[in-house]
Ligand binder design. Structure first.
Ligand SMILES: O=C(CO)[C@@H](O)[C@H](O)COP(=O)(O)O
Ligand SMILES: [Co+2]
Length: 224
């Protein structure tokens, strides 16, 4: 059964101390690091790109979960692969040919994720996309900024996916915290991204452990 994977979003960290802030979460039990790449075009914000990911790569062995909020997903695949990205998750709204982008990502040696904005119906990810992708990301806020309010209505999409694809990694991203994790866990999401609720916590280790136990417990209902 898919196991809980906790992926702190470094978007909420002190970027002046990116190395220490990233490794701090790994020491606190994080499985992955979630790196939000924004191009100022697909979303109204600019964050980091391949040069920063490349600098961070020697600092940790953690799996780099690259969330690509970019208008041209095919354009950055090779750069992110060379920089040390492990998962390349692009937005389905940004391409007419998600299948060829998935193939390009695999050819570059990365896992392929496909992200859906809150207003995008889950139907676009069913069938070939879910069968070829390594992960589907259900956004629970509008992409572009950390610290937004969790949109609980989005988790119905995770439930649809989990019922059809018991082994698929399903990620949720946006507003995940101790008071919102339950609905995502119950809907079958197993990869939990959290920025503000982890970097703002006095005890990130406990928050990560709680996320993990809630997800692992909820996953038991889907498959043994
Ligand atoms: O992709 C995004 C925002 O576009 C996220 O990864 C956020 O960075 C999550 O931050 P919180 O909502 O947990 O503060
Ligand atoms: Co993200």
């Amino acid at each position: 059964m898919p196991k809980a994977i906790i992926a702190p979003s470094v978007l909420a960290c002190d970027f002046a101390n990116l190395q220490a802030e990233a490794t701090r979460m790994v020491k606190n039990g994080a499985d992955w690091l979630h790196l939000d790449v924004m191009d100022g075009h697909f979303v109204p914000n600019i964050t980091m790109g391949a040069p920063i990911i490349k600098c961070l790569r020697p600092c940790t062995d953690a799996f780099f979960d690259c969330h690509m909020m970019v208008s041209d997903p095919a354009k950055w695949v090779d750069d992110i692969a060379k920089a040390g990205g492990n998962m390349y998750t692009f937005h389905i709204e940004a391409t007419n040919d998600p299948i060829s982008v998935i193939h390009q990502i695999h050819k570059a040696g990365m896992k392929a994720g496909v992200a859906l904005k809150p207003g995008t119906p889950v139907d676009v990810a069913l069938g070939d996309v879910a069968e070829l992708a390594d992960m589907i990301l259900i956004m629970t806020v509008e992409p572009g900024f950390g610290g937004q309010k969790y949109k609980e209505e989005c988790v119905a999409k995770a439930l649809t996916l989990r019922q059809r694809y018991p082994h698929l990694d399903i990620e949720v991203d946006g507003g995940l915290a101790l008071d919102t994790i339950d609905s995502s866990a119950q809907a079958g999401a197993n990869v939990i991204v959290a920025g503000s609720s982890l970097y703002g916590a006095p005890n990130p280790h406990e928050v990560i452990a709680t996320f993990r136990s809630k997800v692992d417990e909820a996953q038991k209902q889907w498959i043994q």
